[in-house]
Design a protein around this ligand. Structure first.
Ligand SMILES: Nc1nc2c(c(=O)[nH]1)N[C@H]1C(S)=C(S)[C@@H](COP(=O)(O)O)O[C@H]1N2
Ligand SMILES: [Mo]
Length: 214
């Protein structure tokens, strides 16, 4: 591996360069807290996670907190890209794979998109394929510890291949849609798809077909 200390930084820089999407910089130090509005208080007695909209059987699915935390867990290590231009490498998440929820509460065949709903009506829309991505998960833990309240306790969505606003903190459910509908930031100037590798930051960059009319 060469001289101690010699090649190491070069290798690390090379790794960083091709893992950093265009216009992003690496976040050093603390994980920033970013959101709109206040941090909701977790109320275990009334917390639930609901799957609504166009489900396969026409019924809503619902999990109370203890039930949700008993679902099979997965570990996912992934980079985290915020549209305000910081990227965190190798965030270690634990939680429930989105695929698990989809298996337990399947969508009707004509479902193409979802709205992910969080406390206070925050929402983000995703294409079904984004939710089905193998690294998309409903995270309960970060770096082996339960999420802190400001980072989304008890549950947040993580969609590593899209900008982080697509992952609502304090998530409470998903709604199956048979046509796309903009979420909170997607109605307020942010790109409907939000792929950091294509630098899809703002809605004025959308191509025809990227999203419903504004
Ligand atoms: N409920 C909710 N979730 C949210 C947001 C928000 O405003 N409300 N902001 C998003 C944005 S823009 C980012 S970058 C990430 C930030 O997550 P963090 O505060 O854990 O770094 O949360 C996302 N999830
Ligand atoms: Mo963000």
């Amino acid at each position: 591996m060469g001289q101690p200390g010699s090649g190491v930084d070069i290798e690390a820089d090379a790794r960083t360069a091709d893992r950093l999407p265009p216009g992003q910089r690496m976040q050093r130090g603390e994980w920033p807290v970013l959101h709109y509005g206040p941090v909701p208080r977790f109320k275990p007695a009334t917390w639930d996670f609901r799957v609504t909209g166009a489900t396969a059987d026409g019924e809503e699915a619902i999990w109370f907190h203890e039930e949700f935390t008993a679902l099979p867990a997965v570990d996912v290590v992934a980079d985290f890209h915020c549209v305000t231009k910081f990227t965190m490498f190798d965030a270690p998440w634990r939680g429930v794979a989105a695929q698990t929820i989809l298996d337990l509460a399947p969508p009707a065949p004509d479902v193409t998109h979802v709205t992910v709903w969080a406390e206070y009506g925050y929402s983000a829309n995703l294409r079904m394929e984004d939710l089905l991505h193998e690294k998309t998960l409903f995270a309960t833990h970060h770096a082996g510890e339960p999420l802190t309240p400001e980072h989304g306790f008890p549950l947040r969505l993580i969609v590593p291949h899209l900008y982080a606003w697509k992952g609502p903190k304090w998530v409470r459910g998903i709604e199956y849609l048979t046509e796309d509908r903009r979420g909170f930031w997607e109605e307020r100037g942010y790109h409907n798809i939000g792929d950091p590798w294509r630098e899809q930051r703002y809605s004025y960059q959308e191509d025809p077909g990227d999203g419903p009319p504004l």
